[in-house]
Each structure stands twice: as structure tokens, then as C-alpha cells.
Design a protein around this ligand. Sequence first.
Ligand code: SF4
Length: 493
Amino acid sequence: MQPIGSELYPSWRAALWSEPGLHDRATSPVPSERFLQQIWFHQRLQRDALRTLDGRPLTILHPGFWNHAAGPDFRQAVLQFGDDAPCSGDVELDLRAAAWHQHGHDRNPAYAQVRLHVIWQGTPTNPADAKVPLPTLALADVLDAPLDDLREWLGGEASHNLLTARTGACAPPLEQLPATGLPTLLEQAAFTRLRLKADQLAARARQAGWDQALWEAALGALGYKQNVWPLRRLAELRESLLRDLPRDRAAAPELQARLFGLSGLLPDQLTRRWSTTDAWLRRAWDTWWRWRESAGPAVLPRSLWRFDGLRPANHPQRRLALAAHWLADPDWTARSERWLAKDLADTALRPALLAELQPSEDPFWDHHWTLSSRPMSRPRPLLGEARITDLAMNAILPWLWSRARAGGNSALCTRIEHRYRHWPAAADNALLRLARQRLLAGRPLPRPTQAIHQQGMLQIVRDFCDHANALCDDCRFPELVRPWAAASAASGA
Ligand code: SF4
């Protein structure tokens, strides 16, 4: 029996994902259809190197919404073929092109809106591949990491089964853990999560460089769930956004206009109610008119964005305003490294990073939530405490750690791990509450609660709950915890 404090959680996870049936780790070089869907869902692709079998460049603006019912695998994707205008449609994934006819998709009206057939392997010279009357993308040669690495990674980031709010089968054994047991377990799960995110960043850095990998991760972390994709797409367009502009903080208003125009979120009507907003809109349109030809077909359709249930502070327009300040700042990447180099008390970690990444004053956006809201009575900064925690957990700390590991700097890795361990907890949210209900029967997380405990909970949900049903059938987590809890109790650990 391993004692508390050893690397127990990673060994549980490794054992779980090496079991046959959970995913196709076995020797087959051809993944299952389910695995292809996971790759597509997470877009673990060399996204700037995609071409259909007939040779046209392909840009995925949104991979679509995973359809777990009958019909195409992904609904309402947004795709751009070559220089054509972006189009919306469904995406079907099969291992081989021939499946399009074999599965009867060509005769099924439910597949009439499919705009892209995604397969594992195919060539334009193969008659079976050439028969499909649709643009076809083969994934085998455009993955962003070796297949085994992706199997490992997707083991943790896989499908999102719906949870229900009943207490899980692991709650009783988790309650039996000694006082130090639960925090230790959560920390180990959280460090697993840090490494998985770092692996993903390293894979992206191999294609696009470290700066771009951080930039894309940071914008993705601003996306607030439903707007991750359009923000990541805008992040990929960083070079064209900066074209003919100096990297200078004074360029932020110009970059705001470019970003708003490119995102499809620049309103074409004045409010006629708020004079400050109308003045901002006139300036933005002046800039955008001059530049829009350079943007060409890269302009995103407004339909890519989701606004349902968003608080004004999380509105994508505020995210774009913030991103423009970061983009204008020649020092932006160095700011995270500078923060890491400072000797800081644990209580100063969050405010110090916030101070590094908070833009200097923005005369318009400090006083307006969105382009349609009334001016605020008191100024609000573009970057808040909740968002800085998401950025730290999902982008900055994994990126710093990934770079330190790539450079073989173990002392720096240790420094980053300390900051990860001591980062203050984020505000509670619906997902964390649900996880606490299932895993801890509603009990609070260990005190003092740190972000690392929350990250650990999320990782357990991903590794175990997401692969079991609401009744916890076939979930191995309780049986992994039980003997460890008993041994820990017997040894008085
Ligand atoms: S699925 Fe597994 S980890 Fe999730 S609540 Fe049930 S027993 Fe616990």
C-alpha cells in the first residue's frame, strides 16, 4: 500500500487508462471513431496546416457542437475553405471515406447539411476516397502530437457526460480518509492536470512557438466556456492583426477596432442614446473601414458567439477590449516571466499577477460594460480577480512550467509548483458545487481552500465521472480510494 504523500493519483490514472476498453491504447495504429470525435472536439490538430483531400486550405472557425443523438457527429460547425466566405454546416467523422456510402449518409436527409467529411486516412488518388461528394479532411498526418500522447491526454479531457446531483459511490470512502488524505489526493490530481495542460502547450509551441502558444491559451482562458472557440481563432490571427502597426501601447484603440471588426462584434448602428459609446463606434468604424480589406475573408460571423446567461463582466466585447491592450503591449509575454522572477509572499501572488496584466487606463472600457449598456457610475477594470485565476490555472502557470521543463530547469519548475499550490481559491461555481455534491456529499473542500483543491476536483470529474453514468456504474474510483483510506487509518497517517 502506498502511503499518503506519494504519487498515488497519477498511478491510479495511469492504471485506469491502460485498461482495455476505456480507450484503444492497444497496438492498433488506427484509432476508434469515438477517439476521432474526441480529437475533433478538442481540435488537437495542426490547425494552420489543414487541407482537404482535393488540396484546398481549410480553417476551422468552430468545430461544432457534439451531437450525441442520431445524425452527423457535430452540428453547426463554422468552416472556411480557401478564401471563400466562412460557411456553417455539420461535420461527420468516419474512419474511412467509403463509410459515407456504406453507412447510407448519402441517402439520409439528416446528413443533408454536412459540409465536411472527416476521416482518419485517405488520398485523392484512392478511388474510394474520391467518390465522396464532399470536401474531405484526413486527420492521420495533421495531429498536433503523436497518437500515443493524444491517447494519454484525451484520457483525461474526454467526453462530457452530464452529471446529476446525487451523491457518488466514492463519497463514503473519501469521507473515511484521514485529515491529510483528501487535500493530498486533490493536490496530486491537480498536478496531473497541470502536466496535461503543459503537454498541450508544448505541442502547440512546437508548431507555432512559445509566445503564440501562450497567447492562444490566454485568449482561450478569457472565453468563458461558450466563447473559447472564436477567441482562440482570433488568437491565431495575431500576426495579421498586428500588420503595419507598431507594438506600442498607444496602438490599443486601433487594435480594438481591428479586433471588433474581425470578430463580427462591431455594431453597424449607433446607439443614439449614449454619446460616449457613439463616439467610440465612430472612431472604431473609421479604423475598421480602412483596414477591413486586409482582413479579407477572415472576418468571423457573429453567429459564432454565444451571449446566453453571460454576466456583463464576461461579455466578449470586454474580452476583446482587453485582448487589444495585451496585443499592443510589446512586453506582454515577459510580464508573466517577470512576475515569476519576483520574490512574493503567497498572499501577494494574485494581486501581483493582476497588476502585471491589468491594462493601463482605458477611457471608454473602464466606464462601459458593453457597447449597448449605459455608462457605469464607477469605473471597473477590464481584468478582474476571477479571470486572473482562470488565466493563472489554465494558461500562465502551465505555460511557465512547460517552458521550464523543456529547458530542464527543475528549480524553476519547483518555484512554479509552489505558486500553483498556494494560489488562492476561485469563487465557487456550478460545476464545483456539483462535483462537491457527488464526491464529498456536499461537504466543503479542505480548509484553507486553495485553487489547487478545486483543480483537483475538476480533474477527478474528468478522469472518472465523465466516463461513468450517473449511478457510478463501473467507476473504479471508489475501489481505488477504499483500501488506501483503510490503510491510512490503520497506520494513523
Ligand atoms: S463516477 Fe466515480 S468519481 Fe464520479 S461520483 Fe461516481 S464514484 Fe465518484
